[in-house]
Write a protein that binds this ligand. Structure first.
Ligand code: HPA
Length: 270
């Protein structure tokens, strides 16, 4: 067994000792969205600090927990709070929970995040279904030796965000809110928010929203062959002064809408 396979075996065994079901769907909750896990029935809560090889988030609003259980007819594992590269973690550590979810059985991953909007049509609280991303983090969870048993050396990224899943999510989201968009997420390392010139650059490069997460997890998920749905919640507008507290507060307001979208998607997901 490679080192990665040994780590995955230890992490999955620790989770299975507390929750024996096989999850089909994984959800990672970004800043301000932790309460979405209240949608889980029969929850089993696992502190990530009790799990081997899990990085602990130090970011405000990021609780280190897995909430395992059911939403509708699906078994789900929800990560409340993620580790970020700006905290000093390697991209491998940041994306590790996705690999664990895959090893548990997850084949559909929903990634959520708080993001700044560079698209002038967007407003705070809007939901953006990600159509694509641009990696400006200058790091990648797949660097280093490749384990061919887990995924290809050169994974294709043309379908970074699954088209049928996006269509389903768009239909559901339109029945919940009219503040819904399809947009491109640009990932920066952080932890500072962008300068005015950087926000302008992100827009010119083709971005609609900008954030500090999601892309490493998406890359690891696509590498494993998972289909991915990505949702950004607009927490601030480019050029408006942002801070960690206002970002969390603005996203928390939108959490009920996000919850209805996610549970609606799961109800219709096959
Ligand atoms: N920039 C980067 N990351 C973010 C932002 C932003 O404006 N808002 C929330 N996360």
């Amino acid at each position: 067994m490679t080192d990665l396979q040994t780590r995955l075996a230890a992490s999955t065994a620790a989770i299975r000792s507390k929750w024996a079901a096989t999850p089909q769907v994984g959800i990672i909750l970004g800043s301000g969205l932790a309460e979405l896990a209240d949608a889980v029935s029969e929850p089993v809560v696992i502190e990530t600090k009790s799990l081997p090889h899990f990085a602990q988030s130090t970011a405000p609003g990021h609780i280190g927990r897995l909430v395992c259980g059911r939403i509708g007819q699906h078994s789900v594992v929800i990560q409340q709070g993620r580790a970020h590269a700006y905290e000093g973690y390697s991209f491998d550590e940041v994306a590790y929970p996705v690999r664990v979810m895959h090893a548990l059985g997850v084949r559909t991953l929903i990634l959520t995040n708080a993001a700044g909007a560079v698209n002038p049509d967007y407003r705070v609280g809007d939901v953006v279904l990600l159509s694509d991303h641009i990696n400006l983090m200058f790091g990648n969870p797949l660097t280093g030796p490749n384990d061919d048993a887990l995924g290809p050396r050169f994974p294709d990224m043309c379908d970074a965000y699954d088209v049928p899943l996006r269509k389903l999510a768009t239909d559901v989201a339109r029945s919940v809110t009219n503040r819904i968009h399809s947009g491109v997420y640009v990932a920066m390392l952080g932890p500072n928010y962008e300068t005015r010139a950087e926000y302008r650059m992100v827009r010119r490069l083709g971005g609609d929203v900008v954030g500090m997460s999601t892309v490493p997890e998406n890359i690891a998920a696509r590498y494993c062959g998972m289909r991915v749905l990505g949702l950004s919640i607009v927490s601030n507008l480019a050029d408006d002064v942002a801070n960690g507290h206002s970002v969390i507060a603005n996203v928390s307001h939108a959490e009920p809408v996000v919850r209805r979208i996610v549970t609606g998607v799961l109800e219709r997901l096959t």
